[in-house]
Design a protein around this ligand. Structure first.
Ligand SMILES: [Zn+2]
Length: 218
């Protein structure tokens, strides 16, 4: 097994604002995930992870990417998915002043996602949602019931509740054991939207109202 590193890797360069074929300058192949993955999936092919350092041909920005390869012994090697860009990390909005336990669970969820541990990421996302609901005074219940309570009290808006309905339904249909990168990312993005709305949008709006009130009644 010796997957030859691709000479270029397709990434989005934010400085050039375009997708580029970044030139791979160094690679590292990690075999350590193969044995645990084999046990978990009971598959007869093995999987390795290829880390690459690549540079943008336009502006020389540096990227670190991760890509999984699978091998059916003696047959072929194939990439399972598009490379994941580990550096530079995707720009995340400023989350504002969060209660510490909400911030911690969200940060943990994001870290698990970056580490490729998608099942645990979704679990941590649910913990984060539960923490937000509890902090906002929702009675102990299922996540969806708690979010419905927040909607009734105008803590979140209707779009977030519809989003939650569809997302949690599709999660339940897939089951916890079938969490892939796409569903983990969907969950993380939803939690980020809830956290932003509850703690950041509201606070910014209150600041604006206060300022406007101050201008009106000096
Ligand atoms: Zn560039």
């Amino acid at each position: 097994m010796n997957p030859s590193p691709a000479e270029t890797v397709g990434v989005y360069c934010s400085r050039c604002d375009v997708r580029v074929a970044a030139k791979v300058t160094a690679s590292h192949i990690d075999y350590s995930a193969a044995s645990s993955l084999l046990r978990r999936r009971a598959a007869d092919d093995s999987e390795v992870t290829l880390y690459s350092i690549a540079t943008c041909p336009g502006c020389s920005s540096v990227f670190l990417t991760r890509r999984s390869f699978s091998e059916i012994p003696g047959e072929f090697t194939a990439s399972r998915e598009d490379p994941e860009v580990l550096y530079p990390s995707p720009a995340r909005p400023e989350l504002g002043d969060l209660p510490e336990f909400v911030r911690r669970s969200f940060t943990d969820a994001a870290r698990l996602y970056t580490g490729g541990i998608y099942g645990a990421c979704v679990g941590k996302c649910r913990q984060c949602l539960a923490a937000v609901c509890q902090e906002q005074g929702a009675p102990p219940d299922g996540i969806l019931e708690q979010l419905t309570d927040l909607r009734k009290r105008d803590v979140i808006d209707g779009k977030l509740l519809s989003w939650a309905n569809e997302l949690l339904l599709s999660c339940d249909e897939r089951g916890e054991s079938h969490v892939d990168q796409e569903s983990a990312r969907a969950m993380l993005e939803f939690v980020e939207a809830v956290v932003l709305y509850v703690f950041s949008v509201q606070a910014r709006f209150e600041r604006f109202e206060k300022l406007r009130g101050g201008v009106r009644t000096p």
